[in-house]
Design a protein around this ligand. Structure first.
Ligand SMILES: [Zn+2]
Length: 308
């Protein structure tokens, strides 16, 4: 029995390595419009938890010998006309949510450590709760803390709202999404095309904080493009890739992970190529995957802000 198990593990590892990475042609991207962000526009990465996994779990043809660090972050965005969170990270009730709703096989796969919820960190810093929450998508590690901010409106695209309503573990945890106190606000991308994106949603109407559709990982996945007053730009792309190597190569997630978490694998990879094209056409644009700690480390963490 043990030998059989060992054989299965070796065969699985070999299959991981041999799974074909699609031949790719990176499209030509377009330049982003110039934006004059108002003074006071800034953001901070709130690290709400972390984990360590094999690089091979995060990206196609990743190393079986390198460990990679994963963060669960909430992005606190401040603007003269409002404060918001983009994603919420792990919340005050994450142990309860994860413990009661994740299946046995999923618990070790998605295990997290050092939970330090955004609500706790904001309170310790003497900062008020955000007015609004936007989500890159409503998977458990992004939506866990919605219930910690019942006074905030939770804005998600229509497609994500309906996906979340039907969603099941291990991706979506109903206890995070079906609380009676949550003030959901579904929206459509009604703003103009920006660069290679067909539509947009400009949060404050001045181009400094703009949501762009990145469907694939989930039907309503979104990216957040922030321009700070000195002109630097940051594009938070949720789980379009887990590892920056996904953009550099470019490559999809590791196939088995992708089968579990990506709602539409082809659309997810199309989103990867779109982000890569945008990056190539806009030197200086900093692309930030939701979970890649190596990228987050270069930005720094709350209470340090970028911009202002
Ligand atoms: Zn995630």
């Amino acid at each position: 029995m043990r030998k059989l198990l060992l054989l299965i593990v070796i065969a699985a590892l070999a299959a991981w390595r041999l799974w074909p990475v699609p031949e790719v042609r990176i499209p030509t991207g377009e330049a982003l419009p110039v934006v004059d962000a108002p003074a006071g526009t800034r953001f901070a990465l709130i690290r709400t938890g972390d984990a360590t996994t094999l690089e091979a779990m995060t990206v196609a043809n990743g190393s079986l010998f390198h460990l990679t660090r994963i963060n669960h972050v909430a992005v606190l965005v401040e603007h003269p006309n409002g404060r918001l969170l983009f994603d919420t990270g792990l919340g005050l009730k994450v142990d309860q949510q994860f413990g009661s709703e994740m299946s046995l096989w999923a618990k070790p796969v998605f295990a997290y450590a050092h939970a330090n919820p955004a609500a706790t960190q904001l309170q310790a810093a003497g900062l008020a709760a955000p007015d609004r929450i936007f989500l890159s998508h409503a998977h458990w590690d992004h939506a866990s803390a919605i219930v910690d901010f019942p006074q905030a409106e939770v804005w998600v695209p229509d497609a994500e709202r309906s996906a979340a309503t039907r969603g099941q573990p291990p991706a979506y945890l109903p206890s995070q999404l079906n609380d009676a106190s949550t003030r959901w606000h579904a929206f459509t991308f009604s703003g103009p095309a920006i660069a290679d994106f067909d539509a947009s949603f400009d949060v404050f109407g001045d181009g400094s904080v703009v949501l762009l559709p990145l469907p694939g990982h989930t039907p309503g996945s979104s990216g957040l493009l922030i321009t700070v007053p000195d002109g630097h730009r940051y594009f938070f792309i949720g789980d379009t890739v887990w590892n920056h190597l996904g953009l550099e190569r470019p490559a999809p997630k590791f196939s088995v992970s992708s089968l579990i978490v990506d709602a539409d694998r082809a659309a997810t990879f199309a989103a990867v190529l779109k982000v890569r094209a945008l990056q190539d056409a806009n030197p200086g644009l900093i692309v930030v995957p939701a979970h890649d700690a190596s990228v987050h480390d270069t930005i720094g963490y709350f209470p340090t802000f970028v911009g202002g």
